[in-house]
Design a protein around this ligand. Structure first.
Ligand code: KIV
Length: 289
């Protein structure tokens, strides 16, 4: 077996389930295609650092997205728009280092692919070579099809993202639900088919009516990944800080909070500060003699 020959583990088209099945290597696009075939639903979470990504990897989340939501969920910006390629490379490399099993998908941020397919290729290559991700994600349906085609031809697995595309927040005037009404619904289905035709291995459907997401899922051979797309998509994605209750203030209607980490962490910080103030910390067992 030479360096370019896949190992038997890499070569296995996974017939095992994503949960508990793929354990000795990273999840691949073939595993996700097989999951759609057998009707197994899967989850994706965002991650922006090695520590948190490691927790999700150990929990068996098969796909982690280094989303440009890092802008508003991790880096303190109001939107995803200011996020740069250098930031995405740094965050993605950390997530890759912190994980062993999940497929790592990284977002191409605003301004890093819209100029031309060549620009998309240049920046996708940076994410793959400098950060080591397994796939990239970009926003747009028909308008991004040429770039997707070029990336896929060059060997870059691409996850598409249609419906509500947060990088267009200023053009959209906020984050409105997409695909409502006949014309918008038809456009969403055209976008979904365009990215599949261009070679995307999966497509995120964000903030679209559940019935429309179900229709797209039925019509596509590639997996659909819903966020605010109802229960019938092949997979679901949530921003981890929303899912775990780290986000301050209101979260979108489509979020389910599975923990209240903001309270847990705040309470821990307050207890630590109080112990330091009263002299209860450090105690003898925390001291060297
Ligand atoms: O950046 C991100 O977190 C995303 C998800 C919302 C799909 O694109």
């Amino acid at each position: 077996m030479n360096a370019s020959t896949p190992s038997p583990a890499q070569n296995q088209a996974s017939t095992a389930t994503l949960y508990g099945g793929v354990a000795n290597r990273r999840v691949t696009v073939r595993d996700l295609a097989a999951a759609k075939q057998r009707g197994e639903k899967w989850s994706m979470l965002t991650a922006y650092d090695a520590l948190t990504a490691g927790v999700f990897d150990e929990a068996g989340i098969p796909v982690l997205l280094v989303g440009d939501s890092a802008g508003n969920c991790h880096l303190g910006y109001e939107t995803t728009v200011p996020v740069t390629m250098d930031q995405m490379v740094m965050l993605s490399a950390a997530v890759v280092r912190g994980t062993k099993r999940a497929m790592i998908v990284a977002d191409l941020p605003f301004g890093s692919y819209q100029e031309s397919p060549a620009q998309a290729m240049h920046n996708a290559a940076r994410l793959m070579k400098e950060a080591g991700v397994g796939a990239v994600k970009l926003e747009g349906g028909e308008r991004s099809a040429r770039s997707i085609e070029l990336l896929v031809e060059a060997g870059v697995p691409v996850m598409a993202h249609i419906g509500l595309t947060p990088q267009s927040v200023h053009a959209l005037g906020g984050y409105p639900v997409q695909g409502r009404g006949d014309e918008a619904a038809h456009q969403l289905l055209r976008d979904a088919k365009a990215v599949q035709q261009a070679g995307a291995f999966a497509v995120v459907l964000e903030a679209v009516p559940a019935e429309l997401a179900a229709q797209a899922t039925e019509q596509l051979a590639i997996p659909t990944v819903g966020i605010g797309g109802g229960p019938d998509t092949d997979a679901q994605v949530l921003v981890w800080t929303d899912m775990a209750g780290m986000t301050a203030g209101r979260v979108p209607k489509f979020v389910k909070q599975y923990a209240d980490l903001r309270t847990v962490l705040g309470d821990a910080a307050r207890a630590y500060a109080e112990d330091v103030r009263t002299g209860a910390f450090p105690a003898a067992e925390h001291s060297f003699h």
